[in-house]
Design a protein around this ligand. Structure first.
Ligand code: ZN
Length: 241
């Protein structure tokens, strides 16, 4: 049985690096590295795996970006295109086409035109209406939230997947989790991504809690390699040495 690795990025900058931002040079090195060691798959491959039982290749790896920053088009997309690698972006419906405050600062988000221009190597899915934390919305309103998010993106080439804002979902509340799964099914969302920092066993047994590895700009090359191969398990492995 194989494993699915999913990398989670947010922003790209010419040189700046922080927990949410990788530099272009880092991204170049990381893409070269994963291209050499893994089979980079599309989000639509993962959805086909869940919906139709399509087999994912050995060492499958999916690359995701959250929030939909304009730098994903300006700085990340050229790197994916030149390597012919697919990736996906989880868009916040209300942020599209806007410069708006997020995380306490003004940020520029992708325009409809940029989204259309990058469609060859990029797939798009949902990351809430306005970056609300799902856990701060009443469960009875989850379906409405998901449907409103979808409606707002109706003109865009969206796939049936969701990334939890802040990685938050009802992890410890089985009843609420059942409510959420029902809401996703009703809204035709087939896959949802959390953080978790672990690899996913294939076939995916829990398509609404697919785990992603958080790529941080201040991590060095060794840490990137360890996280990509082992997820957070690498910490346990190191403690045994
Ligand atoms: Zn986010």
């Amino acid at each position: 049985m194989g494993k699915l690795r999913v990398l989670m990025y947010h922003k790209v900058s010419p040189t700046h690096r922080n927990f949410l931002t990788v530099s272009v040079e880092q991204l170049q090195w990381q893409l070269d590295y994963v291209q050499k060691h893994f089979t980079v798959v599309k989000l639509s491959d993962v959805i086909a795996h869940v919906e139709k039982g399509k087999t994912l290749p050995k060492n499958a790896l999916l690359i995701t970006f959250d929030d939909g920053y304009a730098d994903n088009f300006e700085l990340a997309y050229p790197e994916f295109k030149s390597r012919q690698l697919p990736f996906c972006i989880f868009l916040v419906a209300d942020f599209i086409n806007k410069q708006t405050e997020h995380d306490g600062i003004q940020q520029q988000f992708l325009s409809h035109e940029q989204i259309a221009d990058m469609a060859e190597y990029t797939e798009f899915a949902y990351h809430s209406l306005a970056h609300e934390n799902l856990m701060q919305i009443d469960p009875k309103d989850w379906l409405q939230h998901i449907q409103s998010t979808k409606e707002k993106c109706a003109e865009l080439p969206m796939l049936n997947a969701w990334a939890y804002t802040y990685g938050q979902f009802p992890k410890h509340h089985p009843q609420a989790y059942t409510t959420l799964k029902e809401a996703f099914k009703t809204a035709n969302i087939s896959v949802a991504f959390r953080i978790g920092n672990r690899l996913n066993q294939l076939p995916l047994a829990h398509p609404y809690k697919v785990q992603r590895i958080d790529v941080k700009g201040h991590n060095n090359k060794l840490l990137f390699k360890l996280k990509t191969w082992f997820g957070k398990l690498f910490k346990k492995i190191l403690s045994l040495l």
